[in-house]
Design a binder for this molecule. Structure first.
Ligand SMILES: [Zn+2]
Length: 128
C-alpha cells in the first residue's frame, strides 16, 4: 500500500466533506428564510418555530464552521507536505488513525499525553 495514495484519498474525502457541509448550509438557509417569510403572514402569530429554527441553525452552523476550520487546517497541512506527521514527535501517524480521525495532528501516544497535560488528567475523549 502506498501511503501518499492513501493520503490523497483522505484529501478527496475532506474536500468532499467540505462541499457537503457548504451545501447543507445553503439548504438550511433556504429553509430558514422560508420559515421567516411565514412570519409576515398575519395569521401566523406563533413565532416559536422560527426561534427554534434560528437556534438549531446557529448551533448547527457553529459545529459546521468548526469542522470547516479543521478541514482547512488539514488541507493546509497537506499542501505543506506535513499532513499525517505528528506535530510532537514528527513520526508518521498510522493510516488507520488518520482514516478514523483525518484531523489528527498527533500520534495516539502524544495525543493522550497532550490530553492529560491540557485537561489536567481528565480521561475524556481522545484529543485530535
Ligand atoms: Zn507523536
Amino acid at each position: 500500500m502506498n501511503r501518499s495514495t492513501d493520503l490523497l484519498k483522505i484529501r478527496e474525502l475532506l474536500q468532499k466533506r467540505r462541499r457537503d457541509i457548504l451545501h447543507a448550509n445553503m439548504g438550511a438557509h433556504r429553509e430558514l428564510s422560508a420559515l421567516k417569510n411565514q412570519e409576515r403572514d398575519p395569521e401566523y402569530e406563533e413565532n416559536a418555530q422560527t426561534e427554534l429554527a434560528d437556534y438549531t441553525l446557529s448551533s448547527l452552523m457553529e459545529a459546521q464552521r468548526r469542522e470547516i476550520m479543521l478541514i482547512d487546517a488539514a488541507l493546509r497541512r497537506m499542501d505543506m507536505g506535513v499532513f499525517g506527521e505528528c506535530v510532537d514527535c514528527g513520526f508518521e501517524i498510522p493510516l488507520d488513525r488518520l482514516e478514523a480521525l483525518p484531523f489528527a495532528i498527533r500520534c495516539e501516544e502524544d495525543a493522550t499525553r497532550h490530553e492529560l497535560e491540557t485537561r489536567g488528567g481528565h480521561a475524556a475523549t481522545p484529543s485530535l
